[in-house]
Design a protein around this ligand. Structure first.
Ligand SMILES: [Zn+2]
Length: 413
């Protein structure tokens, strides 16, 4: 199969063609032959986009599958132009050792989803590395589930066993969180100081134990210079940012939307939102990763429960067109933060499946995300594929849309 149109890489946009055989890209060039599929100039063809921070809520316990499961998460991902995801480990049956990780993997295989799901393993009090290579996630402070530490000394001790591993950090200092527990709002109970303090600690751990580190859902402007400084010292650290921290800020929180707008870390000041957009554009932030958290509207409306997080898989690609056409992000920058960088993150783990994501080059998996920059998308509840059935973007019109999605050589319906 030959696909023709405007091809985007982190280096350039060029008119060209891609030849696909089976699940793989075998050739890319200006003119390979008569195309089977041709996309016009309103469209941009990207390597398949990857969201390396989601919560699909599905595991062997099936206790949270009323919110989402791998099938509905996969449908929402494809609807949003996402071809691979990485799923967080804070499940009721958390994958924290060889046996529990393999069990979740078998459970995922049973679901037979078209997208590729990389599973994180959790790091919690007393855990040890698995016997095979996986990405790890560590929750410093109380979040969802039991996978968290109450003191940083305890976390340091545990991380000492994970020397050289790939570890993602949820940066909120548990000690500072508990010092602010009686503040009147969610935002004031989790102030910027918690994230800045935790950033310092995470960077210290990354250096001390030679970790390949990633900071999740970064939200505070003052923390960004710390990340740049650590990189200039040679630390291996990358950083995610979410659609909600780039689009919303705390001034938009009302009594009506308070539940829906609650997440960890919380929405921040307008100045933080601007700083994050500039840091994503400038390269301090590496990945657009959603932290897709499919809680039901009933749970979000109940002040006694009110779990944190927002669903974002359905709207990933349309949101990207907002970054491009409203915030002026170049196609090349989008190819870096939505395709190449997420691909680089998961490729060591998907190689065993014969997969390689992130670039429109021979040898890479033939998964593609095609955006249409001339046809807007208005987000409507009835169009969403996520089982939780809502989006914080409902009623919002993004300037572009998903034109087509190819997953491992096949065009998705
Ligand atoms: Zn998360």
């Amino acid at each position: 199969m030959i696909i023709a149109g405007r091809l985007v890489s982190p280096e350039r946009v060029m008119r060209g063609q891609i030849r696909i055989e089976g699940e793989r890209i075998v050739e890319v060039g200006p003119q390979l032959g008569r195309p089977d599929v041709e996309f016009d100039d309103d469209c941009l063809i990207f390597a398949g986009m990857g969201d390396i921070h989601i919560h699909a809520r599905d595991d062997v316990s099936e206790r949270e599958t009323y919110k989402e499961d791998f099938r509905t998460a996969s449908a929402a991902a494809i609807h949003g132009g996402v071809v691979h995801v990485a799923d967080m480990p804070n499940n009721p049956a958390a994958p924290i050792d060889d046996a529990s990780y393999r069990a979740k993997q078998r459970h995922l295989e049973k679901r037979q989803v078209p997208i590729t799901v990389t599973l994180y393993a959790g790091i919690g009090p007393g855990t040890r590395p698995l016997s095979f290579a996986v990405p790890y996630k560590v929750y410093m402070g109380p979040s969802v589930g039991d996978l968290f530490f109450t003191t940083l000394e305890e976390l340091d001790q545990t991380l000492s066993r994970y020397r050289g591993c790939n570890v993602s950090f949820h940066c909120e200092d548990p000690v500072l969180l508990s010092a602010h527990r009686d503040e009147p709002t969610h935002e004031r109970r989790r102030p910027p100081a918690c994230e800045i303090s935790a950033t310092r600690f995470a960077l210290t751990m990354i250096e001390k134990y030679d970790l390949t580190g990633k900071l999740c859902h970064y939200s505070v402007g003052e923390g960004l210079p710390l990340i740049r400084e650590a990189r200039s010292k040679g630390l291996k650290v990358t950083c995610e940012v979410t659609p909600h921290h780039l689009f919303f800020d705390e001034t938009g929180i009302t009594d009506e939307n308070r539940g829906q707008m609650q997440m960890n870390p919380p929405l921040r000041r307008p100045s933080d939102r601007r700083a994050l957009l500039e840091a994503l554009r400038g390269g301090t932030l590496d990945y657009l990763a959603t932290d897709h958290a499919p809680h039901t509207l009933a749970e979000k409306a109940d002040p006694a429960k009110r779990p944190s997080g927002q669903p974002h898989l359905d709207t990933y690609g349309p949101f990207v067109t907002w970054l491009m056409l409203v915030e002026g992000f170049t196609p090349e920058k989008i190819a870096a933060v939505c395709c190449a960088n997420p691909g680089e993150f998961v490729n060591p783990y998907v190689a065993t499946l014969g997969l390689r994501f992130g670039r429109l080059e021979p040898g890479y998996t033939a998964s593609l995300t095609v955006l249409n920059l001339a046809r807007p998308t208005t987000v409507r509840r009835e169009d969403l594929k996520t089982k939780c059935g809502w989006s914080p973007f409902e009623g919002i019109t993004f300037p572009g849309s998903i034109e087509a999605v190819f997953v491992r050589g096949s065009r998705m319906p």
